[in-house]
Ligand binder design. Structure first.
Ligand code: COA
Length: 367
């Protein structure tokens, strides 16, 4: 499912007060229980001519078609006479190369050229291929998913980072050297949570203690995407909001609270401490509107950046913040008590030349 702009919900944002707490607590609890799907928007299909092969068109959905055209060939017996053949355009059927990347064969001046569909889409809708760049598929890792919204030019490092986020990098059972199965790892996790010593678990499982240590730290055998950890309790919200430097905002839609954000104002930066939207309002623009409001609080003279810590397996939140212009600046090891996963520190920086409405996230500007 994909929501278009008409289904986005316009919210009213105001300060949070005590009366909002029951609704905020319900959203907080729900946000840990609801799995947030990842999807990218193919948008409306748009066809454009393929660069250098003007008998063909490529679409923003990653399809390639040939156009109605005439092919002129010399007559087989009389070279002075030319044969004109009318060819009807049709949709090309791509074939996967040895790595699964879809390719099509295009003809020009009697010669055939094999081209990767992802490259055609990027060249036409994004721009020429920068030197040494590769086509990166994100957020849908399927290499045959060639929608323009799922593609970007990147380098090998970007591709590896995407693989890490998608968990398609050779970790866990996918690793050529994996000694354990997912089932055994789940068992190890349960024992770690019970507080069993890592050396004892290693001895029982016949592996080196380091293997157990890496599992405990979440460096190997990473788990599925859902908001990890435990929800804040009422006391935590109250304690936080009592601090003069902490602020809470809520987003209201039709007299109902559909999102909240708690943040801390430091001397030169703002730190987002907790942030969620109601599960039935995911992907309706509620989060983006709250974040825009926060971004507008930045200024060149005072607070110049916003930071947020996101658990490494919380892919929806990473994509949300990335979409808003945040970038990962560091990895925080052993950040959480309740889960062994690391956190990404993501940061948004005030851009001095882009003042006023231009401080909004790039996507907001495009809308
Ligand atoms: C993260 C969260 C706040 C995002 O709020 P939201 O209201 O669903 O997000 P928006 O609808 O404003 O999304 C804005 C953009 O972010 C990106 N995005 C958001 N959720 C996404 C998802 N699940 N998959 C892919 N992209 C996503 C999209 O680019 C989206 O724009 P688009 O819908 O026009 O393509 C929400 O998913 C949530 O409450 N998650 C649980 C709580 C949490 O993890 N909080 C973060 C830790 S503090």
């Amino acid at each position: 499912m994909k929501l278009d702009n008409e289904t986005k919900c316009k919210v009213h944002i105001r300060w949070m007060d005590d009366a909002d707490l029951p609704e905020v607590l319900a959203i907080e609890a729900d946000s840990f229980e609801t799995e947030c799907p990842i999807f990218s928007d193919p948008g409306e299909e748009e066809w454009r001519p393929v660069m250098g092969f003007y008998d063909y068109e490529v679409s923003s959905h990653g399809r390639v078609r040939s156009m109605d055209r005439q092919r002129i060939t010399p007559h087989p017996r009389n070279a002075k006479v030319q044969h004109v053949r009318s060819l009807r355009g049709c949709l090309l059927t791509p074939t996967p190369d040895k790595n699964g990347y879809l390719e099509v064969t295009l003809r020009r001046n009697g010669t055939s050229v094999k081209r990767k569909v992802a490259h055609l889409v990027l060249e036409v809708f994004v721009g020429p291929r920068p030197g040494g760049a590769q086509a990166c598929h994100f957020p849908d890792k399927t290499v045959s998913s060639n929608c323009v919204s799922n593609l970007r030019w990147g380098n090998a490092k970007d591709n590896r980072r995407d693989q890490d986020i998608h968990k398609t990098s050779p970790v866990g059972e996918r690793h050529w050297n994996a000694r354990l199965s997912q089932e055994q790892v789940d068992k190890i996790r349960r024992r770690l949570l019970r507080g069993d010593r890592q050396v004892d678990i290693a001895a029982d499982m016949c592996v080196r203690p380091q293997v157990i240590n890496h599992i405990a730290k979440g460096r190997t055998w990473a788990v599925a995407y859902a908001r990890p950890g435990t929800p804040w309790r009422e006391e935590e919200f109250i304690r936080c909001l009592e601090q003069p430097s902490c602020k809470g905002m809520v987003a209201e839609h039709e007299d109902r609270v559909v999102g909240f954000m708690i943040y801390e104002l430091n001397k030169t930066q703002i730190q987002v401490l907790n942030f969620a939207t109601a599960a039935d309002c995911f992907r309706k623009g509620v989060g983006a509107q709250m974040l825009s409001k926060l971004i507008r609080k930045l200024s060149a003279k005072r607070r110049t950046e916003i930071t947020v810590k996101i658990c490494e397996t919380n892919l929806p939140a990473q994509l949300f913040f990335r979409d808003a212009g945040f970038r990962v600046v560091s990895i925080l090891r052993d950040e959480y008590d309740e889960t062994p996963e690391d956190a990404y520190l993501m940061r948004y920086r005030f851009r001095p030349k882009q003042t006023g409405h231009q401080t909004l996230p790039p996507k907001e500007l495009a809308r």
